[in-house]
Design a protein. Structure first.
Length: 348
């Protein structure tokens, strides 16, 4: 059976602010937990006008305290900014607090513009790409397996617990897929960026995977933008907000929010704009529950995975909640029993 998770970026919507975006993320995680989604990941972005959070580990702790069974994780920690040892400590602590519920997703992208990258890496001097060695170090730290010839031989990570977070390498290229396979980590392909090559990257990962301390077998997933509604027309209408948001990004413009449907419909699109939107839509799933289910099952086969993560970029929060509920119903996810007061809290 296909498992479904969620990736949320705490996108600030037109007419609201960062506090409202973080409240929406919290409500979305609570609902995803009740609906039977497998994971809920939050991303890392810096100096962004439109995305509200920059510290996944802080937000994960908050979300874990408000949920009961769903796995919480980072999608992901931008590892080159940080010490692999400190990241291991942060996530070992989260694992101790919430055993068997923590995912450590890491990436090598900056998560921001050059100015924020310089500020984050102030005092760092990297003559070469540090990321591959950081992954090797991270695996050693998480497993209390620092080798005797390591530059930090004898180092341990506190707190000492008998479980460890799942390690996922996030990427949109064959290079990250190959590194994940070589180190025995799990691999997540970021299709929601609109990046081609997912099938080839995940095939490469599965075909070259080498067992490690993290996992004896390969494990992969793909993150995909999904907009689901009762009718195709309504789904297309709701998707227009993210169409404009990503179009602006491709054109080098940074919108300070996810635009409303009305703003998106009123935008003066050029023929080139419409071609770009149509091309991007090829990597998204927009439609009724039956269509969404059919397409997601096809993508799971393409990616050789039994798990997908959905990204729900919908301006109206009630419509976003309805979208994830419709998808959960279409797949028959294992909904948790909830008290009436808890249900009212989600709607508030």
């Amino acid at each position: 059976m296909l498992k479904l998770g969620m990736l949320d970026q705490s996108t600030i919507t037109e007419g609201s602010g960062p506090k409202e975006a973080l409240q929406a993320t919290t409500k979305l995680a609570i609902e995803a937990d009740k609906l039977g989604y497998s994971r809920f990941w939050v991303s890392e972005h810096h100096s962004s006008k439109a995305l509200a959070h920059s510290s996944p580990e802080v937000l994960i702790a908050h979300l874990a305290s408000r949920t009961s069974r769903i796995r919480l994780g980072s999608g992901g920690i931008m590892l080159p900014h940080y010490s692999a040892y400190k990241v291991a400590e942060n996530f070992r602590l989260l694992e101790a607090l919430y055993p068997n519920r923590i995912d450590l997703g890491v990436g090598r992208a900056p998560g921001g513009r050059p100015l924020s990258t310089r500020a984050l890496q102030e005092g760092h001097y990297h003559g070469t790409d540090p990321y591959p060695q950081q992954i090797i170090d991270l695996i050693a730290y998480l497993n209390d397996a620092v080798p005797g010839d390591h530059r930090f031989a004898g180092l341990s990570v506190s707190p000492s617990v008998d479980t460890k977070p799942e390690l996922w390498l996030l990427g949109s290229s064959g290079g990250t897929a190959r590194l994940a396979a070589q180190t025995g980590a799990s691999y997540a392909f970021a299709q929601f960026f609109g990046t081609p090559g997912g099938k080839e990257a995940t095939n490469l990962y599965h075909e070259t995977f080498e067992p490690s301390l993290m996992s004896p077998t390969p494990k992969s997933l793909a993150a995909i933008t999904v907009v689901c509604a009762d009718t195709q027309e309504e789904a297309e209408r709701l998707a227009s907000s993210s169409d404009l948001f990503f179009l602006a990004m491709y054109k080098g413009m940074e919108l300070p929010y996810l635009p409303s449907v009305q703003t998106a419909q009123d935008y003066p699109y050029t023929p080139y704009d419409r071609e770009q939107i149509a091309a991007t839509r090829a990597y998204r799933v927009v439609g009724t529950p039956d269509l969404v289910k059919s397409r997601l099952l096809e993508l799971a086969d393409e990616y050789r995975t039994d798990e997908l993560m959905i990204v729900s970029s919908i301006h109206d929060f009630d419509a976003r909640l309805k979208s994830i509920r419709l998808v959960a119903e279409a797949f028959g996810l294992d909904r948790a029993e909830t008290a009436p007061a808890e249900k009212d809290e989600v709607r508030s």
